[in-house]
Design a protein around this ligand. Structure first.
Ligand SMILES: Nc1ncnc2c1ncn2[C@@H]1O[C@H](COP(=O)(O)OP(=O)(O)OC[C@H]2O[C@@H]([n+]3cccc(C(=O)O)c3)[C@H](O)[C@@H]2O)[C@@H](O)[C@H]1O
Ligand SMILES: Nc1ncnc2c1ncn2[C@@H]1O[C@H](COP(=O)(O)OP(=O)(O)OP(=O)(O)O)[C@@H](O)[C@H]1O
Ligand SMILES: NC(=O)CC[C@H](N)C(=O)O
Length: 586
């Protein structure tokens, strides 16, 4: 059987930075070639970054992507890497019209290309376009109608792109008909809780369907709300896991494979024939000659993270990437002594380093001593920059000038804090972090232009009960590592309070978080209707109250900063509801 050393480059591209992304491809190809790889694969749309959203609709951007691809092929050869076969995702346009969809030539495509010997050897486009959850690919791309197969050292390697793997039929079905020895899938697959388990099972199932080994390369890093967890992997034709990269870290995963020799019997199929699901096989040859036999090296298989470690890793990666890719070296947040701001501070310190985190305590006349002490304790544990700005004088002066009472007066405290944070951010250049959690966002339990200000909201997709769980996990993790737990125990155990009036508790306005989060899970994550939620055993009046809070808070959610998605249904692209909406459940 011919041997092939494949290298999966699990890297972190940046949307729109074509030059830097191309540099990364060259640098990682060099590394891979240095380790003897014959075939080096990069993620989906690695040259443009992913997802590019409406940039795909700009012909200037599409042309830049195509030019970058051609220049990259030449550059790889120029740097002595022409003999290495390199597979990259990029943004292309369709050369021909797609009459079936009524589309003219020139429509954008999510494409993959094989580079070798200074040129583009073959290219094909994604066939199955995801159009659910956070994805809108019907809006951007026309589907590809080819299965590309490239012969590399006597092995036929078929190519597919991300969603092609998740849907039945199409490229994976055609791989078997094409008799390929390896299916290589390039991916931009965002993190969701426990997706790695789904992924491995899917990859195994598809490799059985395709009848060959399968190599899956995914990106890492963050892009606005999305975090890519990597988890690149290779399974044999029998489904055996042969190598796996860690989550959230860059990695060059090298795997030595024994693969079936490409058939020299051309009667098996004729490239260009329609073979399966309307797909045409297109073929190119890089090399017919198997590599000289060599001693295979053992591949690495990264240990799996626990669910909590995975969530925390996603949150750190999401914030770190958002800050770095938007030019921020430091972040700023209000430290109240409560659990939300303490967890965000811990995530921030892990993301950008404690020395680059700025915490401000902004006590009002209602702030308890314990909240001030807990805020100072958080700062000390984390080693962040800490200052106190009492807000009472500003609030009093404001109330003198503008007479506010009741909730408007209470909310003024949050608004003065919001303005203070934005002022410091504007002065010193820190990124302001909003500290709201998913339960609060669901119920509109935050003050617009108050604690809802900020540039990024790290925990907006964590229900409050998960905020407590992840905080406990982070503290236990610190103890395991022999470090100081970053979050004061008191912040975890005390009853949550906005402290906007004397003795205020969240429980004055909201149901117990254990129950609230269960109802929200049914309504938001599972999209259950009111009657189904009541039938699930919740008090009808409580369900009505919670659903009304959720429905009428859409305007606040739309104005909330972006933040890392970790759940199946994060507020934002995953759940799009009209603001002006008179539909009420029940
Ligand atoms: N559909 C719509 N489109 C656009 N704007 C709309 C709107 N409906 C109301 N509004 C506007 O929204 C404003 C009301 O919203 P807002 O000013 O935010 O105030 P509001 O929702 O009335 O009060 C904020 C609530 O959040 C709680 N809170 C505040 C701060 C921190 C925390 C915490 O624990 O973390 C909790 C606070 O105790 C209170 O219950 C009004 O001025 C109204 O004009
Ligand atoms: N005294 C304060 N000093 C500084 N920031 C504050 C203060 N009070 C509130 N904030 C800011 O507003 C956010 C929301 O306030 P709130 O007190 O409701 O939340 P929290 O204290 O983080 O968590 P919890 O909801 O558990 O109390 C805080 O996370 C914090 O960023
Ligand atoms: N980029 C894609 O096509 C991603 C879709 C796929 N279902 C995933 O999340 O992995």
């Amino acid at each position: 059987m011919p041997q092939l050393r494949i290298a999966l480059s699990q890297i972190n591209p940046t949307v729109g930075d074509l030059a830097r992304n191309a540099d990364l491809v060259v640098a990682w190809t060099k590394r891979a070639a240095g380790r003897g790889a014959h075939l080096v694969a990069f993620p989906e749309m690695v040259l443009t970054g992913y997802p590019v959203e409406d940039l795909a609709l700009r012909s200037s951007f599409v042309e830049a992507s195509r030019r970058t691809l051609d220049a990259l092929a030449a550059r790889l050869a120029g740097e002595g890497l022409g003999e290495t076969t390199v597979v990259v995702g990029y943004l292309d346009r369709c050369e021909t019209a797609t009459p079936r969809l009524g589309l003219p030539a020139g429509a954008p495509q999510n494409a993959v290309a094989v580079l070798h010997g200074g040129r583009v050897v073959i290219r094909s486009a994604k066939h199955h376009l995801p159009n659910y959850g956070v994805f809108d690919e019907f809006r951007y791309f026309v589907p590809g109608d080819k299965l590309a197969v490239v012969r590399v050292h006597g092995v036929d390697v078929a190519l597919a792109i991300c969603e092609d793997l998740w849907q039945d039929g199409g490229p994976v079905a055609a791989v078997r008909a094409a008799g390929a020895g390896l299916l290589l899938v390039v991916n931009g697959s965002p993190y969701e809780l426990a997706k790695d388990d789904v992924r491995l099972e899917l990859v195994r199932r598809r490799s059985a369907e395709a009848g060959c080994a399968l190599a899956y390369v995914n990106m890492v890093g963050g892009q606005d709300e999305l975090v890519f967890d990597g988890d690149s992997l290779v399974v044999g034709a029998d489904g055996e896991l042969l190598g796996r990269a860690p989550q959230f870290e860059e990695e060059l995963l090298i795997v030595d494979l024994d693969l079936p020799a490409a058939s020299t019997d051309d009667s098996a199929y004729n490239p260009g024939d329609v073979v399966a699901d309307g797909l045409t096989i297109v073929q190119a040859t890089v090399s017919d000659t198997p590599v000289e036999p060599y001693e295979p090296a053992p591949a690495s298989t990264a240990e799996r993270l626990s669910d909590d470690a995975e969530i925390y890793g996603a949150l750190v990666s999401g914030l770190r990437n958002y800050a770095a890719k938007n030019g921020f070296r430091s972040v700023l947040l209000g430290l109240s002594g409560g659990i939300d701001s303490a967890l965000v501070a811990a995530i921030a310190a892990d993301a950008v380093g404690g020395a680059n985190v700025y915490g401000v305590s902004m006590p009002s006349k209602y702030s308890s001593d314990h909240s001030k002490d807990d805020a100072a304790d958080t700062a000390e544990r984390i080693g962040l920059n800490y200052r106190q700005v009492p807000i009472a004088p500003m609030v009093d002066a404001y109330l003198d000038a503008v007479k506010l009472t009741g909730v408007a007066e209470e909310n003024l405290q949050a608004r003065v804090r919001g303005t203070t944070l934005m002022g410091i951010s504007n002065q010193d250049g820190h990124l302001v972090l909003a500290t709201g959690n998913k339960s609060e966002l669901a119920c509109g339990y935050s003050t617009l232009y108050g604690d809802a200000v900020g540039g990024f909201a790290p925990i907006k997709d964590l229900p409050k009960t998960l905020v407590w769980r992840i905080s406990r996990w982070r503290n236990e993790e610190a103890l395991r590592r022999g470090e100081t737990p970053p979050i004061p125990e008191n912040s975890i155990t005390k009853p949550p309070s906005a402290e906007l009036r004397p003795d205020q508790k969240d429980s004055d306005s909201l149901p117990d978080y254990e129950i609230l989060d269960d109802i929200l899970d049914d309504y938001v994550e599972q999209d259950m209707g009111r009657d189904a939620i009541v039938a699930a055993g919740f008090d009808a009046a409580l369900v009505d109250r919670v659903l009304k809070l959720v429905d009428t808070a859409e305007y606040k959610r739309r104005q909330y900063p972006p933040g890392t998605k970790i759940s199946l249904k994060a507020f934002g692209r995953d759940r799009r509801l009209p603001i002006t909406n008179h539909w009420r459940e029940g």
